[in-house]
Design a protein around this ligand. Structure first.
Ligand code: 6R9
Length: 666
């Protein structure tokens, strides 16, 4: 097998030598430690013993976790890995995923428990109990069946953050029709290519949803997309905003007619554990989007276990809130499947965090008494930018566990989150995982782990991860390299939809038997894992591999900085030069000398090699809809090139604002 260096592909730099390319420079030192609060530790769902138990018998451990679910036919077999990397988990078991997320709680007498406290952006709200959810999901399942959707048929979902999004996903699961949720903000082209790739015949959408204080239409994008998707028979349309929509007779059907008039009882059928549950497209950095396929029994087992273990969920008393969109895998696993399988009560919010004011999220926490909050570093850094005084106006004392996902969290943002949101008392769980992994893989446990700001720390019980060098050898403590997963796990992707070869090539071909996640990582002296960003983003400066994450974290540790993005731009003398884009905190004005101050701060924190050559002060950074910084576009700016694909950007105007700031791009 080729031992192609990790860094050949991404950045086009060729001045590396075997001596310099192996490990990521390990620059950042973070010594702060936060032991679990005694009250959390004493009553924690999971103790340290879980690691030993799972180490002693990994498959036995997962078999025991599968018992969290109700099986129509109990599985006798845990893992079939004979055709690796194509895994089968619990293959001879049968279950219905929607039954597990809804009906069984009603049967257990919990029908009156609120499943979803939904908060619309304009201030309207709805509480949906498990009994109501059961009726709604049953109606929707009957309506889809009436439209001719059968087990195995794909259904595309393009909805705002309204309860019907959850109902639609569960209705699909109930009838065994894999769903493909597409982010409500994606363009008609992006929707069309996803509908075509999955060959979906039915689409569920809405007239629109509310964003930033006004209706934002959705159906026009579907109408456009369907011009190139002739096989779509029906479009089911939820009325949310009441705005006028174009209507195609015979194809378009109102939700309130089709679902509203359907029977509210439906008998769920049990499907094989390996029956496809959903396809979710990840853009990847290049090439056509990959349809990540997840199946039923193993996925639900791990989503349910991790949601319960990592958030220490007490379903009777906790109010859980995940701020993700359902179009992101985080919304699938930690709004829909994990929390509902666990019978949790959760908050679901439709809109943006600054509508009608920048304290909206904290107002929601106060209103519903949220006790577990799961959000992304990008949101935390945005709140840092807005200022400490905003969350300070609200009563956040109900919170007890905080989570982070989506990007490495900079230590200073972690500390800000702990202090300003968590009242210096809530443990923070920094959860590393991917669309492909289906559920959390590396994370602290709130009642067990002494946390370190910026580190996801340790593979969860039953999960095995390693940091390796170019030759797949584990790096010693203190070293850096590539994060890999070296044992199969229940919620792993089963393939890329329609393309088994691409599945093998993309994830399993670099080293025999190892799943390569695409992220760089380091191990500290205790063996804890620190994520260092996508390896495509790693910079090569005078022969040193430097992680964007570490330089960004050094910048964010300066009191005037809220957020930053760092890229390597081609440079005649050093191969690449570090260029930093920086957003200042609300109170910090752009004053003369700030650029030198920041450059020197990084030099003093990480060492002279990491000192950015250029620092640009900007208002916003280009991000995907799940909040990840798109460094590729900033690299285009820094190298004065035409911008690449901006399809997955939240707000394309951000790029022109940044370019306008750049003297060389004028
Ligand atoms: C869940 C999700 C996956 C990529 C992943 C990594 C980054 C996610 C992270 C993290 C550092 C964390 N990532 N969580 N990096 N620390 N806690 O985000 O899925 O959208 O597929 O992205 O996100 O780079 O490889 P997805």
């Amino acid at each position: 097998m080729s031992r192609k260096s990790l860094y050949d592909g991404g950045n086009g730099v060729s001045n590396e030598t075997p001596e310099t390319r192996d490990a990521l420079s390990n620059l950042l030192r973070e010594e702060r430690r936060f032991p679990p609060p005694p009250a959390v530790a004493e009553s924690a769902n999971v103790t340290a013993a879980a690691y030993d138990e799972a180490d002693a018998d990994r498959l036995g451990f997962w078999k025991a976790q599968a018992d969290r679910l109700s099986w129509a036919v109990e599985p006798t077999e845990t893992l079939d890995w004979s055709n690796a990397p194509f895994a089968k988990w619990f293959a001879d078991g049968k279950l219905n995923v929607a039954y597990n997320c809804v009906d069984r709680h009603v049967e257990a007498g919990l029908g009156d428990r609120v499943a979803i406290h939904w908060e619309g952006e304009p201030g309207d709200s709805r509480a949906v109990t498990y009994a109501e959810l059961q009726r709604e999901v049953s109606r929707a399942a009957n309506a889809l069946t009436e439209m001719g959707v059968q087990a195995g048929d794909r259904v595309a979902i393009y909805l705002p953050m309204i309860p019907e999004a959850v109902v639609s996903m569960l209705a699909c699961a109930r009838i065994g029709a894999p769903h493909s949720v597409v982010f409500g903000g994606f363009s008609a082209d992006a929707v069309a290519s996803r509908i075509q790739d999955a060959d979906a015949r039915v689409v569920i959408t809405a007239d629109g949803g509310y964003r930033r204080g006004k209706p934002s239409a959705l159906k026009p994008a579907i109408d456009d997309a369907l011009a190139s998707c002739p096989d779509v028979r029906n479009v089911l349309v939820v009325r949310r905003t009441g705005e006028d929509v174009a209507w195609t007779e015979g194809r378009d059907v109102w939700w309130h007619d089709a679902v509203g008039n359907a029977s509210d009882t439906h008998t769920p059928e049990a499907f094989d554990a390996e029956h496809p549950l959903f396809i979710l497209y990840t853009s990847g950095t290049t090439g056509k989007p990959k349809g990540i396929l997840h199946t039923s029994g193993g996925y639900l087992t791990q989503a349910s276990y991790t949601h319960w273990a990592v958030f220490d969920l007490k379903p009777e008393t906790d109010v859980y809130w995940c701020t993700a969109d359902i179009g992101w895998v985080t919304g699938h696993s930690y709004i829909v499947y994990g929390p509902l399988a666990n019978g949790a009560t959760q908050v679901m919010y439709e809109g943006t965090p600054d509508t009608p004011h920048q304290g909206r999220w904290w107002e929601v926490v106060q209103k519903y008494g949220v006790s577990i909050l799961y959000t992304a570093p990008t949101a935390i850094r945005t709140c840092m930018k807005w200022g400490d005084d905003i969350p300070a106006k609200f009563d956040l004392s109900s919170l007890r566990v905080l989570g982070s996902v989506g990007e490495p969290i900079n230590p200073e943002a972690w500390i800000w989150y702990r202090k300003n949101i968590g009242g210096d008392r809530c443990p923070i769980v920094d959860t590393w995982w991917q669309t492909e992994t289906g559920a959390m893989m590396i994370s602290p446990l709130p009642g067990v782990t002494a946390t370190k700001p910026g580190s996801a720390q340790r593979a969860l019980p039953g999960i095995s991860a390693e940091v390796v060098d170019d030759n797949a050898a584990p790096v010693p403590n203190g070293g850096g390299g590539y994060l890999v997963l070296n044992e199969p796990w229940p919620s792993m992707l089963r393939t890329i939809w329609g393309d088994d070869e691409r599945f093998k090539d993309t994830y399993w071909s670099r080293w025999e038997g190892l799943y390569f996640a695409g992220d760089g990582a380091k191990k500290d002296e205790d063996g804890d894992i620190w994520l260092l960003g996508r390896v495509d983003d790693v910079m090569l400066v005078s022969g040193h591999n430097i992680s964007t994450t570490e330089v960004e974290s050094a910048l964010v540790s300066h009191p005037k900085v809220a957020e930053s993005a760092v890229v390597g731009a081609a440079d005649a003398t050093t191969g690449q030069a570090i260029v930093a884009f920086v957003i200042l905190r609300g109170s910090a004005a752009e004053e003369p000398g700030i650029v030198d101050e920041l450059r020197n701060h990084v030099g003093a924190t990480l060492g002279p090699i990491a000192k950015p050559k250029k620092v640009m002060i900007v208002e916003e950074l280009p991000k995907t809809r799940s909040g990840k910084i798109m460094r590729r576009l900033l690299r285009d700016v820094a190298e004065n090139r035409e911008l690449g694909d901006v399809q997955t950007l939240t707000d394309a105007s951000v790029m022109s604002l940044i370019q306008a700031k750049l003297p060389t791009a004028a």
